[in-house]
Design a protein around this ligand. Structure first.
Ligand code: C5P
Length: 294
């Protein structure tokens, strides 16, 4: 009998990201503050017995590669390769999270595929953390989403209480950033935050204090991202001129964002009218009730 199921794959935002140093395995140790957003892809699967074909149909993004290397198919293979039974899986991915934007879209799709595989296997207690990390540094957080501190590569998680549904204005750029290329620029130097900044950011998040959250925002990858992609620096400068405050950066870019005071998100969007790219108001909350449990 065929099995069908669907999972939401919410985007993430980094409210704080400090790069602590390079490790012997080539990755960097981080300290980051993640929150989920109510901007999500949808991943649907239909599994049928016989054959072992894996297919992926992407809706809403013409440029995204739907082949073997797509993280959805990689995640499914990883989560089912130990099974003796053969099955074909046909995925449909409705893409709303921009690609290469530092919003964790591909990673969240992979996390959703792992959850689907677990549901299909009927093993609700099966831990997915290790498989998730094998797929990418942000995938473990995206298994559950919500709000969390990430250490190590981002996978050593301390979960926080669900955050208040603060609004965020995403400034989506008409180009993406390569995470690998941005980390490669880290050797040329980093800015580090003042001690205690992460604690202040967590307190501001818990209090729903938009003004403090944007003033304590730090992202060590901002300079490397702007060296790797100079037009990101021009975009950030243009936003700062319009708003009178510097935008924040999510992950390794390219998404710049502002955390407006309550009730002012539309005015912020208007103030940014005419700049390249698009603006989008979202909330710090996963779609639905905010809970997409792993
Ligand atoms: O883990 P993920 O696939 O997202 O990482 C993409 C690239 O970003 C890695 O190959 C590595 O170059 C860099 N990276 C890093 N340290 C991290 C996360 C990513 O150096 N903590």
């Amino acid at each position: 009998m065929a099995f069908e199921a669907q999972e939401r794959a919410p985007a993430k935002l980094n409210l704080f990201l400090d790069v602590l140093g390079r490790r012997s395995d080539g990755f960097h140790d981080l300290e980051t503050l993640f929150v989920s957003l109510d901007l999500a892809d949808d991943l649907h699967v239909r599994v049928s017995g016989g054959g072992s074909a894996l297919t992926l149909d992407v809706v809403g993004n013409d440029t995204l590669a739907a082949g073997e290397e797509n993280l959805v198919l990689k995640a499914w293979r990883l989560a089912t390769e130990d099974l003796p039974r053969r099955a074909s899986a046909a995925f449909q991915l409705v893409k709303r999270i921009p690609v290469g934007a530092g919003l964790g879209g591909g990673s969240s799709d992979a996390a959703a595929a792992l959850r689907l595989a677990r549901t299909w296997r009927g093993e609700t207690d099966r831990p997915l953390h290790e498989l998730a990390l094998a797929l990418g540094s942000d995938v473990p957080f995206l298994l559950e989403g919500g709000a969390a501190i990430g250490r190590g590569r981002g996978e050593a998680l301390t979960r926080l209480a669900p955050p208040p549904a603060l609004e965020v204005v995403l400034c989506l750029q008409p180009y993406g950033c390569s995470t690998r290329a941005v980390f490669a620029e880290v050797v040329r130097g980093l800015r580090r935050p003042a001690p205690g900044t992460l604690t202040r950011a967590i307190q501001a998040l818990e209090a729903g204090d938009a003004a403090t959250l944007r003033t304590v925002h730090h992202n060590s990858l901002a300079l490397p991202a702007m060296r790797a992609t100079p037009r990101l620096l021009r975009a950030a400068s243009a936003i700062e001129r319009r708003l009178g405050r510097a935008p924040c950066l999510s992950g390794s870019g390219s998404t710049l964002y502002d955390i407006p005071d309550p009730g002012t998100a539309e005015a912020v969007v208007e103030a940014l009218a005419g700049l390249p790219g698009t603006r989008r108001i979202v909330r710090m909350r996963a779609p639905g009730d905010g809970a997409h449990r792993a």
